[in-house]
Design a binder for this molecule. Sequence first.
Ligand SMILES: Cc1cc2nc3c(=O)[nH]c(=O)nc-3n(C[C@H](O)[C@H](O)[C@H](O)COP(=O)(O)OP(=O)(O)OC[C@H]3O[C@@H](n4cnc5c(N)ncnc54)[C@H](O)[C@@H]3O)c2cc1C
Ligand code: SF4
Length: 560
Amino acid sequence: MSGEASLFDAIVVGSGASGGWACKRLAEAGLKVAVLEVGAPQPDANFTEHVPAFELEYRNRAPEIVRQTRPIQSHMACDEYNYKWFCNDLDEPYTTPPDRPYLWLARLRRTGGRTNSWGRVSLRFSDLDFKAASRDGYGENWPLSYSDLKPYYELVEEYVGVIGLAEGLPHLPDSKFLPPMALDCQEVLFRNRVKEKLGRTATPTRAANLTRPLHGRAPCHYCGPCYRGCITHSYFNSSFTTMTDALHTGKCTLISNAMVYQVKTDQDGKRARSITYIDRNTHQVHEIRGRAVILCAQSFESARILLNSADERYPNGLANSSGALGHYLMAHIRNAGGSGELPAFGAKPSLGGPKRPVDGIYIARFRNIENVPTSKDFLRGYGYEGGGFLRNDLQAPGYGEAYKKAVLDPLAGVSFTGFGEVLARSDNFVEIDPKVKDRWGIPVLHISMADGPNEKAMSKDIAESIGEMLEASGAKNIRTYANPSNGRWAAHEAGLARMGSDPKTSVLNQFQQSHDIRNLFVMDASGFTTNPCQNPTLTIMALCVRSCDYLMGEMKRGNV
Ligand SMILES: Cc1cc2nc3c(=O)[nH]c(=O)nc-3n(C[C@H](O)[C@H](O)[C@H](O)COP(=O)(O)OP(=O)(O)OC[C@H]3O[C@@H](n4cnc5c(N)ncnc54)[C@H](O)[C@@H]3O)c2cc1C
Ligand code: SF4
């Protein structure tokens, strides 16, 4: 094992949405930071959003080539263009019970983590979420309120750039918006009719995609495939924003290809002393010391590091005196939705037109909010992502001239997928699988998660409600569906080291600081006490900045 001589003020694990912000906030304040990232650096030269398919070896037409090494990752945003950014599933396995399949998608292995290929929908939480337990009696409240986080949402949004339209909904607070992307005709019709007939809000999608220049980044030019990168830096990716800022300070050291294995503590177990990591290429083990340790590796990976760091004092995982570590796994159900056809209003499909990179519409939650009757079937709520489509109908019936004409007739309409809250339940959990190790000899996770009755009832309602809204909009050929979530949840994992006021039932306090080990923080979504239906990343980033400010205050006060 080789040791790093220097002691850092903070060691950050992971350089994605949360890690990027931790590095920027701390390094810009003058702290000496090391960031350990298992992935390789991500220069703009890696981006392929403007590369035509004919320049690829297999023209992006041979998914089985990608599936050979990425059988899991190739299910989402991972194809011949970018598959090398994703983990090799054979090198980095995990296990599940046979009757509880789980697709652990989106395991990015590059500076910037998942923000390289994310969908960028950015929504604030509200006190309907933070204080949900007070309202419906289920689970625990967050140990903080919307007013604690609001200034940090604003700070993050001003830097990231979030597009959207102010709607004044108390349960989906408005951000500091840049102008939204335009809706198409079907979306305008849907938005207006659903508001008029059902009082529900279908708002232009709120997303971290620029429509105006911001901090040296150009507005989007509508080329389309953002999951392959963006040389104009028009969407938010921590690799070319927060991480770049942090590295420019000269105070932040990026250590790439560093697979973190364990956090080690002092002899009395009260302070995190160092981190051991394995170089992905050489397999050499290193140890690095820091005054504070901040895990930002994404909920599953941060939990895995803590569970693998079990020692005599913490036999069930580091910082786990509560027993809550590894439990209360949440994601989003997203296996219900629907579509319907609407008039094309004279528009013609075009392969060469501008490609809006985000869905047109987000339908805000309307179940179990203030001033509406409470659902008898399920707790909490859901929203929908989706929008208009306009395409040639290649499935049109007929032959010859009739078929050609039918194909050219545009098929237009709207299509939506629900994103629903999964309740925090102890029996959705992860643990270390003692029998299986990854390529570097590190024990892997066993993930056990399934729909409960609440998720099943919510899925059914998601399908029924979108049918109702499609009807209200005047759509024809309405199709709805509600499948079991098992196996395919949204890549919005949260929980596993939850925050709370009581150290007996939670792992972290409201500043994502371990109750047990004062210089250990987990600043990704692990601390989420609930996982409301809104996408998590804006909140991950705001919480992270707030926790970094607290950490620096504690360092000044001599408490860390
Ligand atoms: C296709 C796709 C669409 C998405 N759409 C949305 C959306 O619309 N809105 C939204 O809010 N969210 C979306 N997400 C989710 C979003 O990307 C994540 O919520 C967010 O990036 C999580 O931030 P994080 O810092 O926790 O983790 P990440 O951004 O994943 O960063 C974690 C980093 O830690 C590194 N790491 C992991 N393990 C180790 C280890 N042992 N040692 C060292 N480094 C390690 C990883 O390589 C990675 O770089 C989407 C994700 C994907 C992939
Ligand atoms: S569509 Fe916009 S954000 Fe996406 S890659 Fe192109 S320019 Fe960048």
